[in-house]
Write a protein that binds this ligand. Sequence first.
Ligand SMILES: [Zn+2]
Length: 90
Amino acid sequence: MPMYVFSCGDCGSFELSMPMADVGPAASCPTCLREARRVFTPPRLARLAPPVRRAMETEEASAHEPQVVSQKRGRQMPHQRSTTPPWVLH
Ligand SMILES: [Zn+2]
């Protein structure tokens, strides 16, 4: 699915993956759940801003370990930072 960039006034920018038919001019921020405006940028940015990385790491943790996400959210996980991020193409 294509990635779309949204910008939250409080948390900065983040990306969401959704079907092209479902994307709108705004989406809920995954961090604070407020409305974030869509930013029109080319997909697959080579460099991600720090707020984007944080948002994506949060989404990855939620997707893979939903049962412990409430305990892990907000903690540092240094052992994951040395691995290749799942969104990097080889
Ligand atoms: Zn936010």
